[in-house]
Design a protein around this ligand. Structure first.
Ligand code: NAD
Ligand code: FE2
Length: 398
């Protein structure tokens, strides 16, 4: 555990049912002309026109960029930035999942600091000027990106999902309204819910965890573990959606201030090369990596096990940690998570890029935060173990 710690989050978090209605006031405090960065699904659902109405009432003009697709690329960033400049906007508003929010973060920073987004990776280039104000409005629960200083953008020239982290990427304001997640289909609810759970778990077992992130990560794990299945089974259950929105935002704050670890490090290359949605690629790895890490994080995984096992009071730490791993596996089965083979990835093609994926994972720095730090060869083995992983198999004990 690190002895020195800073906790960063957006200046303002509007949270709760109907929080979306606050977007006009929040924007009017920060600018006069907004670029709304979003996708076509948000437009079809009516969220974009609803947001524009609130902005108009507050005297804020808006134009829209709807070109974002899942796993955002440097091309979307360049297109949206061009619109921001061309229309002389002074504020960015993202409406959508993590893909829209991450694109907007990059635009907000580049609008005031210039350059190519990839240059900000690994601290090569640091933002010298405050970014354009950014209001992030998530519609998934989720990435927690509304409350993180991380953006993840794919470099299309080398298929690397760049993980870029600097305080300047933190949105100024987050508007977290669970009503916006009610329309999320089952597969998106499953993928994004497991992503949120992975954030909470990795923030808690990370070598960079500290008491302030622990408190938030524990709360996030409790909220997510107790409501994820209800949100999946009965998407119209607003109480469950609300807990998931709160849990995913808390998980975002937790990991942004501690870190993610091996699951995310290994997940990004799968997303970049095989276009597996981020939450699914995490879930495909999560049980195997928790099993791999367990002996190095018994007490922390025992805390997770006790959250899953509400009624079992007399578990040893060993048993509770094992129960955490088994419960995550069961949850993946319940949420119909496929393994990599089941997703339709060709085995030979997968094996031919394992070495690149392992080096990209290591280069991201995330594996070094894991309780058990792997070598390249171990990461390669873990990829192989995940390919045809049976979520209903018995765990290796010890
Ligand atoms: N910056 C961060 O801190 C951070 C953290 C985790 C993940 N990420 C990144 O976020 C991206 C994934 O974001 P995501 O998981 O939110 O998915 P997403 O934004 O890619 O959205 C997935 C799909 O769900 C649709 N969708 C979103 N909300 C909906 C709703 N309410 N109703 C109906 N459809 C809806 C979208 O239109 C899209 O088709 C990845 O690129 C991932 O790497 C970023
Ligand atoms: Fe994630």
């Amino acid at each position: 555990m690190e002895s020195y710690a800073v906790l960063r989050m957006p200046q303002t978090i509007n949270y709760g049912r109907h929080a979306f209605e606050r977007v006009g006031e929040e924007a009017a405090e920060r600018g006069q002309k907004a670029l709304i960065i979003t996708d076509k699904v948000m437009q079809e659902l009516g969220y974009v026109s609803e947001g524009r109405d609130y902005l108009t009432k507050a005297g804020v003009e808006s134009i829209i960029y709807t070109g974002v697709d899942s796993e955002p690329t440097d091309t979307y960033v360049a297109e949206a930035l061009e619109m921001f400049r061309h229309h002389r906007c002074d504020i960015v508003i993202s409406i959508g999942g993590g893909s829209c929010i991450d694109t907007a973060k990059a635009v907000a920073v580049l609008a005031k600091n210039g350059g190519y987004i990839g240059d900000y990776m690994g601290g090569k280039n640091t933002a010298q000027f405050a970014p354009a104000p950014h209001i992030a409005i998530p519609t998934t629960a989720g990435t927690g990106s509304e409350a993180t200083d991380v953006t993840i953008i794919t470099n299309i020239s080398n298929d690397v999902k760049m993980m870029i982290k600097q305080p300047a990427f933190m949105p100024d304001a987050a508007i977290v309204d669970p009503l916006l997640t009610l329309s999320s289909p089952k597969h998106v609810t499953a993928a994004t819910g497991i992503d949120a759970l992975s954030h909470a778990i990795e923030a808690y077992i990370s070598r960079k965890a500290h008491p302030m992130t622990d408190m938030i990560a524990l709360s996030a794990m409790r909220l997510i573990v107790t409501t994820i299945e209800t949100a999946y089974d009965t998407g119209e259950n607003l109480d469950a959606r609300e807990s998931m929105s709160l849990g995913s935002m808390q998980a975002g704050i937790a990991f942004s201030n501690s870190s993610v670890c091996l699951v995310h490090g290994m997940s990004r290359p799968i997303g970049a090369l095989f276009h597996v949605p981020h939450g699914y690629s995490n879930a495909m790895l999560l049980p195997v990596i928790l099993e791999y890490s367990k002996e190095y994080s018994i007490e922390r995984l025992a805390d997770l096990g006790r959250i899953f096992a509400k009624e079992e009071e007399n578990l040893t730490d060993e048993d509770a940690a094992q129960l955490a791993v088994d419960s995550v596996k069961k949850l993946c089965l319940k949420l119909n998570i496929p393994n990599l083979c089941g997703w339709g990835i060709d085995k030979q093609e997968f094996e031919s890029v394992i070495s690149k994926m392992a080096s990209d994972a290591l280069a991201s720095g995330s594996p070094a935060n894991n309780p058990r730090i792997p070598e390249q060869a171990e990461i390669e083995e873990l990829y192989k173990d995940c390919f045809e992983y049976d979520f209903s198999s018995k765990s290796k004990v010890g």
